[in-house]
Design a protein around this ligand. Sequence first.
Ligand code: TYD
Length: 684
Amino acid sequence: MSSPGRAVPRRKPPHVLANAPFRRLWTAMSVCSLGDWLNIIALTALAGNLTRDAGFQTQSLAIGGVFIAKMLPAILLGPLAGAVADRFDRRLTMFLADLLRFALVLSIPVIGSYQWIVIATFLVECVNLFWVPAKDATVPNLVPKDRLEEANQLNLLVTYGTAPVAAVLFAVLSVAMDFVGSAAPSFSGQPTDIALVVNALAYLVSAVLIFTLRDIPKGHARQGAPSVLRQIVEGWRFVGANQVVRGLVIGMLGAFAAGGAVVGVAKAYVEAQQGGDAAYGTVFGAVFVGMAFGMFFGLRLLSGLSRRRLFGLAIVSAGLVLAAIALIHNLVIVVMLTVLLGACAGIAWIIGYTTIGLEVEDGLRGRTFAFLQSLARVVLLLVVAFAASLAGLFGSHPFTIGAMSYTFDGSHLVLLIGSVVAVVVGALALKQMDDRRGIPISVDLIAALRGVRFEPEQDEQPRGMFVAFEGGEGSGKTTQSRLLAIWLRDQGFDVVQTREPGSTKVGMRLRAILLDSTHQGLSARSETLLYAADRAEHVEKVIRPALYRGAMVVCDRYVDSSLAYQGAGRDLDKDEVAKVNAWATGGLVPDLTVLIDVPPSVGLRRHASPADRIESEPMDFHERVRREFRALAAANPDRYLVVDGTLPQGEVTRLIQDRVREILPDPVPTDAEANTGTIPAIKD
Ligand code: TYD
């Protein structure tokens, strides 16, 4: 079945931003992040301005009100938002969310009262809740698995990196408005208003970008899907039941709790060290510098370590650093330690995001991200509030040891508690997620620092290319798949040409049962399971091994045949047929499916040999099959090529080659195209 030839050459992969759909999503996200930060700066300033005359306390409360309005929706609506992201068209969800955000933000300067700021902020945040999980769940669909970490680095970079840009932009706007105001006093533009208009426009830009991003797969809404409530519960149950995801969630929440402790007492801590606002700003900045450092350099430095281990280790290390910060009271050392703390957090955050993208199947991903998003906010809110009160209650306790005087106050206590939480949670995550049981961590760490690469065992990436041919009886797909295999071999590729059912030893026996026209009584379900059994064997013994060694696999019929023949033809629940097959194939999906479409009346006439069990089905069976094939292709145009099978054979061949050429890892010159060998007669 296979021919020895050259494997698909491995070239240095292009940067993840060379991937056009991801680039577009990323641009939308950057614009939104910039808008979000402008929003925070402008709104807190505006809330302060609007309540300026009411005294410092009211002003602080007003600013606090804006923050609470930002946090509350996640707690109330987060789970629903995740279910929406998993159930409906994610592109549409994001697009509508962008339009709503645009209108809401624009309404703030128009209405201009403090109450409306709080209400609108609350509403915008509600909408954000739907946007974010839809986006998070989409990223893993747009970039290949091995580039996901890189994509997440870029995502986090713009999520936080746009904050200083927004601050500068706001400052520039303020200065510009002052200038305009003094030059033309009749013009009374407030910088906060202008910033909010810019913020609204950012959402509009994002709406346009997302709308034109056709590569986002459609949602999973189908007839017979469980209710939203059941989906929410299913999402929670999944997080609780999956060991790796549980470990990740515990770890990320623990890290958040520790982070919340730092935020809650940072000001008091710095003040106790006789540091002013500048020192506070420096410590704060140090966290972000550290995060960026960890995300980019830390991960590269430790690229040899198992990601799952590194996740837990980073959180434990964050805890230890935090303990040092609690005990060492020297501002310079603390700033350095804070960079380290940020680095640990950055590493953990990227790994957490990436691992969820890799481990959680598409249909559950929105809910998983939403779950994390909501819980993270609850934890943050509780911890910040609790940390500040605890620190205040504990007070300050100076004591002297010999000639040394040392003060231990509430902020130190909170940091110490935070550090213990981080260490415990990190250790738990490490235990839950460890993929190198029995191998001491120190051995891995030393190897990683020496530059030895860790290769995960199960997550090996298929490297070849998988093309499936589908179509009804007599469509000519068998001929065309052979011609494609010959053409690819001519280009020097290692090609495995195969078909379903019956390409393995067991498969041959299954095929005999399936197609034997004396077995007319075979039930639709057992027929489905037998095809799926043949496929499971085929994927494991033939297709996956070929893909791993870098071969091109050309397969005559695959999962879609079961969806069309058993799902539509035999009238079984398509979702169930899809699930059985996803399980049988371990989720392996072709890079391209070529559908050769012919009306059944034409196809069945092409047959010379006596009809087998399926061919002898009535015409409306074959009509349903054809409709289903076409519907599958229409739902995912990027992964399908539909060719009119009534076209001359040479024309069909050329259309297929043109499309395959686009997705080949190495460019193939067009002039090689005509050389397809002798054309056998149609056989299907
Ligand atoms: P085969 O002789 O290989 O026919 P073709 O040349 O049309 O591919 O027989 C395969 C038959 O099995 C075909 O009639 C379609 C049917 N079939 C299913 O019903 N479900 C499936 O999952 C597969 C792979 C095939």
